[in-house]
Write a protein that binds this ligand. Structure first.
Ligand SMILES: [Zn+2]
Length: 122
């Protein structure tokens, strides 16, 4: 198996516009997973028309690609929402309390979620 030795490029990591917004989004989700102590098997970013994110009981978290155009806070809101579903299936009292603990402005962000493409689903 041949390995190509690419020259290392100088790090080009300006905080904004690193050029890989999808990777940034996934990294952000992974960082939240650590913080929330959940262990998603897969974090996918793909086009989703009707919601911002979803999460299966098998541990697959899907985030809408359009999130890369949204604010960091909004990304946090969707990510935390979906990751918390790995621990709580519904939007009960505990779920909301945790949302408030991690993303204090989530209620306002949820209102923003109504602008297309629609709100967080499950
Ligand atoms: Zn939900």
């Amino acid at each position: 198996m041949a390995t190509t030795n690419h020259k290392r490029r100088p790090p080009q990591s300006r905080r904004q516009g690193s050029g890989y917004p999808v990777q940034d989004l996934r990294k952000r989700a992974l960082a939240w997973a650590v913080k929330l102590r959940v262990n998603p098997r897969v974090i996918r970013v793909q086009d989703m028309r009707h919601k911002w994110g979803s999460c299966t009981s098998q541990g697959t978290v899907t985030l809408a690609h359009d999130l890369v155009y949204r604010s960091d806070k909004f990304q946090d809101y969707v990510i935390v929402h979906e990751l918390l579903h790995m621990r709580y299936a519904n939007h009960g009292r505990v779920f909301k309390a945790l949302m408030s603990a991690y993303v204090p402005t989530w209620r306002r962000l949820e209102a923003d979620a109504d602008s297309p493409p629609a709100k967080t689903g499950s």
